[in-house]
Design a protein around this ligand. Sequence first.
Ligand SMILES: [Zn+2]
Length: 79
Amino acid sequence: MQYVELEVVRYAAGMLAAAEEAGHTLVCKSQPCERPIAYLVPDATPPGGDGQDVEQRPAIVCREHLEEMLGHAPEEQPL
Ligand SMILES: [Zn+2]
């Protein structure tokens, strides 16, 4: 089971709405990457951590980077 705190959803939705309103396209937060975002990962681990006390935080990434994190293609997520 997966769960996402609503504050995370609210934050992401607000960011998306603001960007859309301003006519901006948000891009993937993984670097270097300029692809448009496609997924919110609520508990992403920042790259470069040493595995100890790595803080998990939400990340907004493109499909390719999500696939890289998962190690396989993301599943369809019907609403
Ligand atoms: Zn990316």
